[in-house]
Unconditional design. Structure first.
Length: 276
């Protein structure tokens, strides 16, 4: 669980940015590379293989808004490859809680692309680590220039956020005509939630807002798993996932989300099974 990789400390610790499994470098220490320590803490020092032919990560080189930085993870296994991607872990090296999210791909959903939005606290490498059915880990990385995303003020007031807490929307996109015979579809889940990072300050009280975020999201076609996410403070306010998968003919799409306060949110939608 993500709780293993970070701790939420008091305001004094927040002021110094001391959150997470690894100590942060002193200000201006540009040579500091947290990745070796993160491999040990998050992946138990398992060997990391070149993932350039397995997983791709796409992010802007310089983010327009550090609080909502788009990220897309795309699997690259050839159709003839017998291996399967089991999980993808997204690590933002210099964030206070580096492990941003872990995605578990449904065994029969053939998820090939996942997009979401994240907070970036400082100029950083971002790693995507795919675990395959061969038992090995494969890693790729990119570099993003952004800062201040984890402490950026929330877009809504606490009262507004509470009134809409847990509202879910599902959107299904038309199938692509670019590849004949491609049965994959795109869908998107959006959840109303402040996803407070614990680093944001209440502008009225001048006190830090406690961390409060979606830490689990699960999606199904009827009862067949599509995608699951363990999330942390790096996932942006009002989390959303856009993903590509292969429908199994189910007429119902279901979602269940849980947050760190113990709330459980559920919804389901009838879906178009025509493939158009």
């Amino acid at each position: 669980m993500l709780g293993r990789y970070f701790r939420l400390l008091g305001a004094a610790a927040l002021l110094t940015g001391v959150i997470g499994a690894c100590p942060l470098p002193a200000a201006g220490d540009e040579a500091y590379d947290p990745w070796p320590g993160l491999v040990q803490d998050i992946f138990n020092n398992r060997p990391m293989n070149d993932g350039s032919g397995v997983i791709a990560i796409e992010m802007p080189a310089r983010a327009e808004d550090a609080a909502i930085v788009p990220v897309t993870l795309r699997t690259k296994l050839a159709p003839t490859d017998n291996r399967r991607v089991l999980t993808i872990t997204l690590v933002i090296d210099h964030n206070p809680a580096p492990m941003a999210a872990k995605f578990e791909l449904g065994p029969d959903a053939h998820v090939s692309e996942i997009s979401t939005r994240v907070r970036i606290n400082d100029y950083t490498n971002v790693h995507a680590v795919a675990e395959l059915s061969d038992g090995k880990l494969y890693v790729t990385q990119t570099f993003v220039k952004a800062s201040g995303g984890c402490s950026a003020p929330a877009a809504k007031t606490p009262d507004e956020a509470r009134n809409q807490l847990g509202e879910m929307k599902y959107r299904q996109f038309a199938g692509s005509d670019e590849a004949p015979g491609d049965k994959s579809r795109e869908a998107q889940i959006m959840i109303r939630h402040p996803n407070n990072s614990g680093l944001q300050m209440d502008q009225l009280t001048q006190l830090y807002i406690p961390a409060f975020f979606i830490n689990e999201l699960r999606l199904w076609q009827n009862d067949s798993p599509v995608l699951a996410m363990e999330g942390g403070i790096s996932i942006s306010e009002n989390p959303h996932l856009r993903f590509t998968y292969v429908p199994n003919g189910a007429g119902l799409f279901r979602a269940e989300a849980k947050d760190t306060a113990g709330h459980v949110f559920r919804n389901e939608w009838k879906v178009d099974t025509s493939g158009s």
